[in-house]
Design a protein around this ligand. Sequence first.
Ligand code: GAP
Length: 488
Amino acid sequence: MARITKLDDIVSLCKRRGFIFQSSEIYGGLGSCYDYGPLGVELKNNVKKAWWKSVVQMRDDVVGLDCSILMHPLVWKASGHADKFADLIAECKKCNTRTRVDHLTDHIEEHTEHISIDAVLAKAHDLSNKVCPNCGAVGQFTEPMPFKLMFETQMGANVDDSMTLQLRPETAQGIFVNFRNVLDTTRVKIPFGIAQIGKSFRNEVTTKAFIFRTREFEQAELEFFCEPGTDEKWYEHWKEARFNWYINLGLKKENLRFREHDANELAHYAKACVDIEYKFPFGSGDWQELEGVANRTDYDLRQHQRGMRTLNKWFENNRDLTNIELADEAEDYQCGPLSYFDDEKKRRYIPYVIEPSAGIDRSALAFLVDAYDEEEVRGERRNLLRFHPALAPVKAAIFPLVKRDGMPEIACNVHNELKKYFNCFYDEKGAIGRRYRRQDEAGTPFCVTIDGQTTEDNTVTVRERDSMEQVRVSTGQLLNHLREKLEA
Ligand code: GAP
């Protein structure tokens, strides 16, 4: 119960302090879509920066990419999404609510998260004991039916050149279709990865818990191409690297775990898959997927070679995918357009792919939940976000103790100097204690106060958020002092 209250507390803090708002709130809100406010956008940008730094910038074997959201319709035919990306749903005959079959719980509670659509399809569907999550009716469901998850849109103004496109449900396919471009224009050699951060869209049947599962969200995905036979080694490598990324950014180890997928749970393209799970304060059993790491084998590149061979058929069919089957694979597919030639081994092959796929919004939620704390200080409740400095939206707040005696002028100078290097905030309103509390709640690691002593000896106080300890630092040393602490 206490942990559920914690999520409510976070939702209310996010609203109160401008982290996250309901989308289109003045019109009554749009279901499961959210907007990031002034503090939220900084947090989210910092999560993306930390991911990019770790996955791209700090490595010599990964390059970045930023693809368009709208892609050729054949991309989704080849990837399997056009035919398979659906949830199996059943409708409650009493209240007409549609629910994912794998999310329905038995009359006696049963853990149903993490069952893939393939596994759900393969199972017999006895819904006689299942409970409608909306009205509580037991066993009152229609026959299960597939529900497509991709959003459709129209492109083009003229009848003869317009076509139906899908908003991408994952960023990964943009990487696969650019594999050849990156190979031909850079000096990458296998093993290497292509990384991308961007929006994805899924018309989720059941949305969930604030920004955990939404219809528009951001993904950070890496497709790491390697020689077949080395894939298991790289799978282990990325499992560890991604797990440690969360720990290094401050998530508590006891709240993170791996969950390896069973064979019957694996997506059609995967040889192995593990979820990095976080103990979120909601849901059955609390543990929920934060990120997936999958061994996708050579599936995607082979499928896109088939997609390229289908192009003529698609033109002949008036650029319509209806009733079009994907072309067969060429006999010499290992030498196809998306193959790789190893100069040293003089061998051509289709690379295997290891894919760590993270959700930026879901990670931001985990960082918020994990950082959230309440404590009693001198008889008063203190709410704080113990963010890692790299994630904190504001790195330092600058306050004049009072609005006179030259203190605001000095504080403004300090602020103007520090903001060249990191995100800072200036505040001169209200009692100093209240200003500290507001910054604690925003997760600001340091508060710098200009007081009477500053005018005498050029020192300021630097207060640290978690310990509330204060030290005096000379204004000349302030930037170095803060940078050392922020980068530690
Ligand atoms: N390319 C593989 C892929 O997309 P996924 O498990 O469907 O795999 C990867 O998604 C990650 O994207 C998830 O672990 C989660 O963090 C995030 N994600 C997926 N669907 C989401 C949704 N509806 N809302 C928020 N995040 C989502």
